[in-house]
Every structure is written in structure tokens, then in C-alpha cells.
Design a protein around this ligand. Structure first.
Ligand SMILES: Nc1ncnc2c1ncn2[C@@H]1O[C@H](COP(=O)(O)OP(=O)(O)OP(=O)(O)O)[C@@H](O)[C@H]1O
Ligand SMILES: [Mg+2]
Length: 266
């Protein structure tokens, strides 16, 4: 039998903060992610979603358990795992185009060679167009709105074409129309290019529309409460949201998350 691409086994992560009680962000987290799977993660604020993503990215250490990809321990960040952060992290001194081209300096193509200047420019153009920022190529981040900055960060993440894409609420700050458009673009990209996506969102609609499994996390300490399969065929579009099976799954997840939210001491 084929092994899952990423295996997270019994992971525990505790944050030690001076003069404050320690926070157990994750406890006993087990998750297997298959190659080319689209997994979404939902759960109340503070339940450890970003912490889990950062651990898979190799950006955060953990106290016990193991996290492997292709059977090997993840010990640090790598180009095969691209991250699109919860808060856009752009270089303020670089234009939109340069922000997107920058990451391509550090990666190699499938044949081992580096991207040429022209190839980098062409890739940047392609993704700038996808996120609807044509005309802003030479703008600096300070001249862009929050949603536009986030779209640059998304374009930069896509341009890297990593085997695994780790996305932390990438569409959270966008207006509804841009969000719908980018959901469609992501679906089309995933359906055609097949990659493994780990996607955090607060939006249950979004989770069900995009993923083949929704991981529901619970808070204090962060644990996986349930994994709900989304057995809706791809290709999916915004119209999928009208289907009765979609609504059934969405309501089930919403109820589960809302019950957990009510249980959190306020
Ligand atoms: N660097 C840190 N130092 C101390 N505590 C931290 C740190 N990062 C996260 N935490 C704590 O760990 C818990 C999980 O945080 P995390 O950011 O993973 O939550 P989240 O599920 O992504 O929340 P949100 O939905 O609000 O983004 C929280 O209680 C948070 O306060
Ligand atoms: Mg988070």
C-alpha cells in the first residue's frame, strides 16, 4: 500500500511565555495527508491551526511526536513546501513584480536548472494576471490595499509551484467577489496541476467547496476533533454550493464548530 505523503504522529507543542501560564497549542495531533490531496482545516481561533501549518512548513519546532514527508523527518523549511501566510509578508522595498520573482531565485526547475530572467518575468506576469493585479506590476506594497497585498502574496506562493502548498487563511481579508474568483482559480489550478494543499480557513463554505476532507480542530489544547470527507465530485464551481449534499456537509461542520465555540470559556 502507498504511504501518505505527510504523516503527523502524536504531535505536542507547548508555548512557554515568560510570567504567563504555558499554552499547550497542540496535543496528540495525528493526521495523514495523501499525495495530491486537498485538505482544509477549520476550528475556533487559537486552536492551533497556524501552529500546525508552521510545523509542517518546518518553521516551528515541536516537543514530541513526529512529522514526516516522503518518510523523512521535516526539520526545516524547504522549497517543496510553499507557504502563503495568514498575514501578507511582502518586502516593502520591492515592487509587486520583484516580490513575486524573488522566491524563484532560490529554486530549481524539474530538470535541475535555474529560472532565467525571462522565465521569472513570464511566471510573475502569469500569476499577476491570475490574481487580477495587471497594471500594478511596478507598484510598491505601500501603494496597495490590504486585499491587493494579500493577492501579491498569493501570486508569489503559486509562482513557486511547490509540491505542497500550505495556505493560512489566504482569502480571509478579501472582498467576497475576489474571494470567489480566487477560490475558482485555486480549484482550476489544483484540478489541472495536481499538488498537495493544506488550507486553513474560518469559512466553512470555503472549506467544503475546496477540499476533499475537512479537518475540524478543537481548542485548549488543540486537537483534531473530527475529519469529515467531502464526497462531492470535482470540478467544483460556486454553483456547487447550491447542491443539497454540499449544504448537508456544510451544516454538519458548522454545527460542530459552533458547539465547540460555545464551550470555550469567555
Ligand atoms: N509564538 C507564540 N508564543 C506564545 N504563544 C503562542 C505563539 N504562537 C501561538 N501561540 C498560542 O498558541 C495557541 C494557538 O495559536 P495559533 O496561532 O496556532 O491558533 P490559530 O488556530 O491559528 O488561531 P487563528 O484562527 O486566530 O489564526 C494560541 O493560544 C496562541 O496564543
Ligand atoms: Mg492562525
Amino acid at each position: 500500500m502507498k504511504k501518505p505523503l505527510i504523516i503527523i504522529k502524536d504531535v505536542r507543542k507547548e508555548f512557554i511565555v515568560e510570567k504567563k501560564p504555558n499554552v499547550v497549542a497542540l496535543n496528540g495531533v495525528n493526521l495523514e495527508i495523501e499525495k495530491n490531496e486537498f485538505v482544509c482545516v477549520v476550528g475556533p481561533s487559537g486552536c492551533g491551526k497556524t501552529t500546525l501549518l508552521n510545523i509542517i512548513a518546518g518553521l516551528e519546532t515541536f516537543d514530541s511526536g513526529s512529522v514526516t514527508m516522503h518518510g523523512e523527518d521535516i526539520i526545516g523549511p524547504g522549497p517543496e513546501r510553499g507557504v502563503i501566510f495568514q498575514q501578507y509578508a511582502l518586502f516593502p522595498w520591492m515592487t509587486v513584480r520583484k516580490n513575486i520573482e524573488y522566491g524563484l531565485k532560490f529554486i530549481t526547475k524539474a530538470d535541475g536548472s535555474r529560472y532565467t530572467k525571462e522565465e521569472k518575468r513570464a511566471l510573475a506576469e502569469h500569476y499577476i494576471k491570475m490574481v487580477n493585479l495587471t497594471g500594478f506590476e511596478d507598484s510598491y506594497p505601500k501603494a496597495l490595499s490590504g486585499g491587493m497585498k494579500q493577492r501579491v502574496a498569493i501570486a508569489r506562493g503559486y509562482a513557486l509551484n511547490s509540491e505542497v502548498l500550505l495556505m493560512d487563511e489566504p482569502f480571509g481579508a478579501l472582498d467576497a467577489q475576489t474571494r470567489a474568483q480566487l477560490q475558482e482559480d485555486l480549484l482550476r489550478t489544483w484540478e489541472s496541476e495536481k499538488k498537495t494543499i493544506f488550507f486553513i480557513t474560518h469559512d466553512v463554505d470555503e472549506a467544503v467547496l475546496l477540499s476533499s476532507r475537512v479537518v475540524i480542530m478543537s481548542a485548549r489544547p488543540g486537537q483534531i476533533k473530527e475529519i469529515v470527507p467531502v464526497d462531492l465530485p470535482y470540478p467544483r464551481t460556486q454553483a456547487t454550493k447550491m447542491e443539497s449534499e454540499f449544504i448537508k456537509i456544510k451544516n454538519y461542520i458548522w454545527d460542530t464548530v459552533y458547539k465547540m465555540y460555545l464551550e470555550i470559556p469567555k
